[in-house]
Write a protein that binds this ligand. Structure first.
Ligand SMILES: NC(=O)C1=CN([C@@H]2O[C@H](COP(=O)(O)OP(=O)(O)OC[C@H]3O[C@@H](n4cnc5c(N)ncnc54)[C@H](OP(=O)(O)O)[C@@H]3O)[C@@H](O)[C@H]2O)C=CC1
Ligand SMILES: O=C(O)C1=N[C@H](C(=O)O)C[C@H](O)C1
Length: 264
C-alpha cells in the first residue's frame, strides 16, 4: 500500500490491543465493538483474564508469536512505559504499525519509540481527545499574546494514575516553551518559595475517579485567563486512538502526530 494511508479501503483495519484489562484497554475494546472500520483480532494482558467486552484475552508473553498468528494491521498500546517499549519493539520486528497512548516515558523510552519508527509507522500522542488538540492551539496563541504573564499548569486525574505530571501536562509545557522559549518548571511549591520571574508552576492532583482535567492559568496583576479541558469519559481517548489506528494503517514507516489525523 502507498504511504498515504487507506483511502478507498473498505475492509476494517485489523487491530491488536495491549493492556486489554486496563482502564483504557477495556474502553478500547468496548468502543471498537461499536465501529465497523476496525476489527479487534488480538487482545493481550499481562495478568491473565479470560475475556473483556466479549473478546478473548491472551497472555502478553510471546506477543511476537501472537502478532504472527493473528496478523493485525495496527497495535494500540495503552499500558506502562516499560511494557510499551517491549511491545513496540515486537511490532517493529513483526512489521506491525503501532499507536501508542502510554505516557510517562523517560528519555530512553522515547528513543526506543523513535528507533521503532524507523521500521514501522508509529503514532504516539499523550492525549487522543479533540478538545486537548484545540486547547493546545489556544494555549499557543494565548502565551504568544501575553508574553509577560505568569503561567501555572495544573492537572487532575484519578487516584490510579502512575505518572506525574501527566503526559498531556508535559506536552502543554513543551507547547508553552515553543511559544515563549524554555522556562524553569517548578513542580509544586512548599515552604518559603516565592515565585521567580518567568518560572512555570506545575501541579498534579490525584483524587477519586477524575478522568482527566488540564488547566493552563495565565495572569498578570490586572487580568487572569484560565484555559481548561475536562474529559467527560475515556471514550473520547479510545475513539481518537482508533481513528489514529485507521489513519495509520498502510502508511510508510516513520513517526506521526495525532494532529495529522485530525487534519485529514
Ligand atoms: N494518550 C491518551 O489519550 C491517554 C493515555 N493514557 C495512558 O495510558 C496508560 C494506561 O492507562 P490506564 O488504562 O488508565 O492504566 P491501567 O493501570 O488501568 O491499565 C494498564 C494496563 O497496562 C498493563 N501494564 C501496565 N504495566 C505493565 C507492565 N510493566 N507489563 C505488562 N503490562 C503492563 C496492565 O496490566 P495488568 O492488568 O497486568 O496490570 C493493564 O492492562 C497510562 O500511561 C496513561 O497515562 C490514558 C488515557 C488516555
Ligand atoms: O492516565 C490517564 O488517565 C490519562 N493519561 C493521559 C496523560 O497522562 O496525559 C491522558 C489523559 O489525561 C488521561
Amino acid at each position: 500500500m502507498s504511504g498515504s494511508g487507506r483511502e478507498g479501503e473498505s475492509e476494517p483495519v485489523r487491530v491488536a490491543v495491549t493492556g486489554a484489562a486496563g482502564r483504557m484497554g477495556r474502553e478500547l475494546l468496548d468502543v471498537a465493538a461499536g465501529r465497523d472500520d476496525v476489527e479487534v483480532v488480538l487482545a493481550v494482558n499481562r495478568t491473565p483474564v479470560d475475556s473483556v467486552a466479549g473478546v478473548d484475552v491472551r497472555s502478553a508473553d510471546d506477543l511476537s508469536g501472537h502478532l504472527g498468528e493473528t496478523e493485525p494491521d495496527v497495535l494500540v498500546d495503552f499500558t506502562g512505559p516499560e511494557s510499551s517499549v517491549d511491545y513496540v519493539a515486537a511490532c517493529a520486528e513483526m512489521g506491525v504499525a503501532v499507536v501508542v497512548g502510554t505516557t510517562g516515558f523517560d528519555e530512553d523510552g522515547r528513543a526506543a519509540l523513535d528507533a521503532a519508527a524507523e521500521s514501522v509507522p508509529l503514532l504516539h500522542a499523550t492525549n487522543f481527545s479533540r478538545g486537548i488538540a484545540a486547547l493546545r492551539r489556544a494555549v499557543g496563541e494565548a502565551v504568544a499574546a501575553l508574553p509577560d504573564y505568569d503561567i501555572e499548569v495544573t492537572e487532575t486525574h484519578h487516584n490510579g494514575k502512575r505518572d506525574a505530571p501527566s503526559g498531556t501536562a508535559n506536552t502543554l509545557l513543551d507547547d508553552i516553551d515553543d511559544a515563549r522559549g524554555d522556562a524553569e518548571r517548578v513542580y509544586g511549591r512548599e515552604g518559603d518559595q516565592p515565585r521567580t520571574e518567568g518560572e512555570i508552576g506545575v501541579h498534579a492532583r490525584r483524587a477519586g475517579g477524575v478522568t482527566g482535567e488540564h488547566e493552563v492559568l495565565l495572569a498578570d496583576d490586572h487580568q487572569t485567563l484560565s484555559l481548561t479541558h475536562r474529559a467527560g469519559s475515556r471514550g473520547v481517548f479510545a475513539a481518537g486512538a482508533l481513528d489514529a489506528a485507521v489513519w495509520l494503517s498502510g502508511r510508510d514507516a516513520g513517526g506521526y502526530d495525532f494532529e495529522e489525523v485530525l487534519d485529514a
